[in-house]
Design a protein around this ligand. Structure first.
Ligand SMILES: CC(C)(COP(=O)(O)OP(=O)(O)OC[C@H]1O[C@@H](n2cnc3c(N)ncnc32)[C@H](O)[C@@H]1OP(=O)(O)O)[C@@H](O)C(=O)NCCC(=O)NCCS
Length: 186
């Protein structure tokens, strides 16, 4: 069974396993309504953050492991600035996600994370496709997916009902063949 080689390091960030001691950081970003505006959950209060963190810690020991939800740590400062994840939704298909504290937006971090996790999904986990679904109004995330090489594949109207409304979502995808071709490009 393949596994993700951790931590994943980028130029500025360390994507590492969550620890039980990370609760305050989890509350800080996922308790912020600006951060969860386009997410199906949240904002999370202390109890919801604790439940979520415990779920992540449980998932770390699952075998086979189907979910890697990782803390995004700024390498220089050691601060947690958000979370990212790769989750297996079908054999060889991984779903990519990320969220950052509001103060860290607009500095290219999410693109750095997405590129690193896509490489890890294809290299370490042997994925054939990496996908991501995004609310059609979430322009920043759509831009991140495009910068990371994913392509629009479909739009689902009323894809999900959450937080008392229906959500229209785009599906973005990168296939292994496309990723390999992008890597060969000078
Ligand atoms: C989405 C999110 C992760 C982006 O993080 P980030 O580190 O700011 O992203 P980057 O800096 O790598 O890139 C953002 C891009 O979106 C663009 N952008 C930001 N807001 C935008 C808007 N309202 N309209 C159009 N483009 C926008 C930026 O200009 C940048 O593109 P550029 O490099 O071409 O200028 C961050 O906003 C976030 O955490 N949002 C809340 C959680 C969330 O929505 N997660 C995604 C769920 S699918």
């Amino acid at each position: 069974m393949r596994s993700l080689s951790l931590p994943v390091r980028t130029a500025r960030l360390t994507l590492r396993e969550f620890l039980g001691s990370d609760l305050e950081s989890v509350m800080a970003y996922s308790g912020d309504a600006r951060v969860t505006r386009y997410l199906f959950f949240g904002p999370r209060d202390e109890q919801a953050s604790l439940d979520h963190l415990n779920g992540i810690l449980d998932s770390q020991t699952e075998r086979p492991r189907t979910r890697y939800e990782l803390a995004v740590e700024h390498t220089d400062t050691g601060r947690i600035i958000g979370a990212c994840d790769l989750s297996m939704i079908e054999r060889d298909v991984l779903d990519l996600g990320y969220m950052l504290e509001h103060g860290s937006w607009g500095q290219g971090y999410a693109t750095e994370i997405a590129l690193a996790l896509i490489d890890a999904a294809f290299f370490d986990l042997g994925a054939e496709r990496v996908i991501s679904t995004v609310d059609i109004h979430n322009q920043a995330s759509i831009r991140v997916l495009e910068k990371a090489g994913l392509q629009w594949e479909a739009t689902f109207r009323k894809a999900r009902r959450a937080k008392s409304r229906w959500w229209d979502c785009h599906l973005y995808v990168i296939a292994r063949t496309v990723w390999e071709a992008q890597r060969r490009r000078p």
